[in-house]
Design a protein around this ligand. Sequence first.
Ligand SMILES: Nc1ncnc2c1ncn2[C@@H]1O[C@H](COP(=O)(O)OP(=O)(O)OP(=O)(O)O)[C@@H](O)[C@H]1O
Ligand SMILES: [Mg+2]
Length: 362
Amino acid sequence: MKGNFNLKFDFFQERTPPVIGVDISSAYVKIVELASAGKGEYRLEGYAIAPLSKDAVVDGNIAELDNVVDAIKRAWKLLGSREKRAALALPAAAVISKKVLMTAGLREEDMELQVESEANQYIPFSLDEVNIDFQVLGPAPNNPEEVEVLIAASRKEKIEDRVAAAEGAGLKVSIMDVETYAAESAYTLVSRQLPNNGNDQTVMIVDIGASMMHIDVLHDNESVYTRDQAFGGGQLTQEIQRRYGLSPEEAEIAKRKGGLPESYTVEVLQPFMQSLAMEVARALQFFTSSTQYNRVDHILLAGGCAAIPAINQLVQERTQVNTLIMNPFKEMALNPRIKPQQIAADGPALLIACGLAMRSFA
Ligand SMILES: Nc1ncnc2c1ncn2[C@@H]1O[C@H](COP(=O)(O)OP(=O)(O)OP(=O)(O)O)[C@@H](O)[C@H]1O
Ligand SMILES: [Mg+2]
């Protein structure tokens, strides 16, 4: 049983040696390397993005291992670092997490036993098939004799697949985190730019990638709501393919680097931007109508779709909520070989990789 508290699934581990953050998402492998710039500040040392083939990662699962290994190898080479220790993350959907109350001051062993028995009650698999981890969050809100404990569990195979991909590319996995937690770490770099440092504010992070729109709402800098919606830039890529008879790879490059016919902006891009803004407005409405919160103070747009010019203005018009582009590197020192303009465009898609790279300094 003890073996279940596997070091490989240790998103709560506190201090670690330097790591690179490796985000294996649906369209890209993204790597970020940070260095300490003193006083708890970071410097961005390098980053790299390598495309995956369309069916390599499906619904957060690694479907074509060789393709993923190959993309990690390419990204690592582009990064040009010698660091091989990596922090990876599981999609939130692959993790079951639950907050429980326990008596304060338990010994580590007693705590592990209690975590197992709690986990037994809410995990729909045999405990042999899962990795479990837990973290004491702090005193229980209403009872000083109890502590609040966050337990998280994931099926072993989900972890093993990701580890196999990273190891296949020559990396060594030293941390397995959860994507939402990694994004929330990166959020601490951005919350400083909000009024009152984000305190007392309700902030909706909307990460729009290739296939998914991930919503995470924080109130007073704590996550209070998460939700995934099937919407992403892949829809725009498909429309480009269809309209202009391009392959998926050609469409993706044209979309990012330009070179499409003049009709593109008005006939393809703008309708996509409209539907994106509408999806965000719907997500916002869903949140306010299904929770105790009746307003959101700021929307932060992340993910590759946040690189679409002026998309925040459109979302702001639609939602009437102050909307910003979420670039975790905005106030960070940069290694001189990184171009500020390029990181401004790439930063929002690197949220998870950045949060993972921050783990070395936690
Ligand atoms: N400059 C740009 N203009 C328009 N779209 C862009 C631009 N840059 C990236 N994208 C789009 O953003 C998407 C990729 O975003 P991101 O890297 O966040 O996805 P992902 O993390 O792989 O996806 P998911 O989170 O859904 O698994 C792609 O559809 C890509 O075409
Ligand atoms: Mg993503």
